[in-house]
Design a protein around this ligand. Structure first.
Ligand SMILES: Nc1nc2c(ncn2[C@@H]2O[C@H](COP(=O)(O)OP(=O)(O)OP(=O)(O)O)[C@@H](O)[C@H]2O)c(=O)[nH]1
Length: 417
């Protein structure tokens, strides 16, 4: 499955690009060295190709004919060229290329490959443009679509807030200041009232020379600003920087919430989220059940197959539990201990659910290393309550888990036992 088309005729440059592409783009690249070969590759992979990196002059396409061909096919194109002629660059930008990279150094090839990877990633990035002027709105929308962003638009702050509620995955808002109903500052304040800076970035647009506006944008909670009219390249730099910061913060947050070995949520995340879910269940006067799941005789698996074998078994169990416990909240809360919160399940339903889980784990075969397999069982303690506190539920579940272990393991013990 090829996602990237890279076209370059120089053997030396192809060698460098292939080497760098392996680390940057993985295996999803198809290379071509002429327009004819590129067209053939395009025909073959057109359903999976997302973006192309193209040398401007090729032996059978000396004047950028391949760029025109690919743009006609609506494939985003990054141009690679030896020339730094700014007139040529302006013409290409007017045609609708995504970016223009001059072959200056190894770094420029890396930049070009990073750019095509980013363009394919941008398809999942949602951006909201807030502008009352139709022309300006269309212009910004067009620029963003050149970089493959998923664009939403709004004519004023009131409409913008509606869009943010309709599309919770919007990561960046680009907003003008002067708008009817709710202006740019009021919008920034309203966004910050609901969404933190690490969730949604905001770039304010301010009229040229009016530094006061840009300062006020930042003081009201915007991440960045851009003076109008702006250079296309500066616009893209600011958009990219802000998206990269949000993505990085999201990744860091993910890492902080996840257990390194199994990828499940960790104890910290469980405590915070389970607390919120219990509060919600209490407000709705609904029952909520908690379960503590502990692998039986896990020490023996480590003793028999080594720590690595034990790790492989934990990953296997975690994957199975994760699959079977949707949509409930599951986390690895200890070495071989997992916690599960089941809002809405009463004593009977929680017991049935946990017992089915126990049976599935006992039925499975665990791959502990290349050619060794074993079986594992789990013991489960459950507690259920209406208007309960999380800590109290977990304490009771822990007592029931102890009873399950005492009674022979591979057992579920709940409230009615
Ligand atoms: N491989 C591996 N082992 C772990 C990890 N975390 C904890 N353990 C091991 O899990 C074992 C837990 O042992 P015990 O608490 O004695 O419990 P058990 O052997 O499962 O016995 P019961 O719970 O009484 O059924 C210990 O040997 C820990 O070293 C881990 O991340 N990886």
């Amino acid at each position: 499955m090829a996602r990237y088309l890279v076209v370059e005729d120089s053997n030396v440059v192809v060698k460098i690009l292939k080497h760098l592409a392996k680390a940057t783009l993985g295996e999803d690249v198809v290379f071509a060295t002429s327009m004819a070969a590129a067209q053939q590759a395009y025909q073959q992979h057109q359903h999976t190709l997302e973006v192309a990196l193209v040398d401007l002059s090729l032996p059978d396409a000396p004047d950028g004919e391949l760029v025109d061909y690919l743009l006609e096919q609506k494939l985003p194109v990054v141009v690679l060229t030896g020339s730094s002629d700014s007139h040529k660059r302006d013409i290409l930008q007017a045609k609708g290329i995504a970016d223009y990279v001059i072959k200056e150094s190894r770094y420029s090839y890396q930049y070009a490959l990073n750019m095509i990877r980013r363009l394919s990633h941008n398809r999942q990035v949602e951006v909201l443009v807030v502008e009352d002027s139709k022309m300006a709105r269309k212009h910004i929308q067009l620029l963003l679509s050149l970089h493959c962003y998923h664009v939403h638009t709004a004519e004023d702050g009131v409409q913008a807030m509606k869009r943010l509620h309709q599309h919770p995955d919007i990561q960046l808002v680009i907003t003008d200041y002067n708008m009817p109903n709710m202006d740019g500052f009021e919008l920034v304040q309203a966004i910050r009232h609901e969404f933190e800076k690490r969730r949604i970035a905001i770039i304010g647009l301010s009229g040229q020379g009016d530094n006061h506006l840009s300062v006020r944008f930042i003081k009201n909670g915007a991440n960045d600003f851009l003076n109008k009219p702006f250079e296309q390249e500066e616009f893209f730099c600011r958009v990219t920087n802000n998206i990269e910061t949000i993505t990085l913060l999201k990744e860091m947050e993910q890492q902080a919430n996840r257990d390194f070995l199994t990828g499940l949520f960790n104890r910290r995340y469980f405590q915070d989220t389970a607390g919120e879910l219990v509060t919600q269940a209490n407000k709705a006067n609904k029952p909520v059940s908690a379960a503590i799941i502990d692998v039986d005789h896990f020490k023996q698996i480590n003793d028999e197959y080594g720590h690595q074998g034990g790790d492989a078994a934990l990953v296997h169990i975690a994957r199975l539990l994760n699959e079977l416990t949707q949509p409930f909240l599951l986390a690895r809360t200890g070495g071989e201990e997992f916690s599960l919160l089941m809002p809405g399940l009463n004593e009977v339903k929680a017991y049935e659910f946990a017992d089915a889980l126990r049976a599935r784990v006992a039925d499975g075969i665990v791959d502990v290393n290349d050619d060794a397999y074993t079986r594992v069982t789990i013991s489960v303690g459950i507690a259920t309550g209406t208007q309960a506190e999380l800590d109290e539920l977990l304490n009771r579940a822990d007592v029931h888990l102890f009873q399950a272990k005492e009674s022979g393991r591979n057992l579920v013990v709940g409230e009615q036992d």
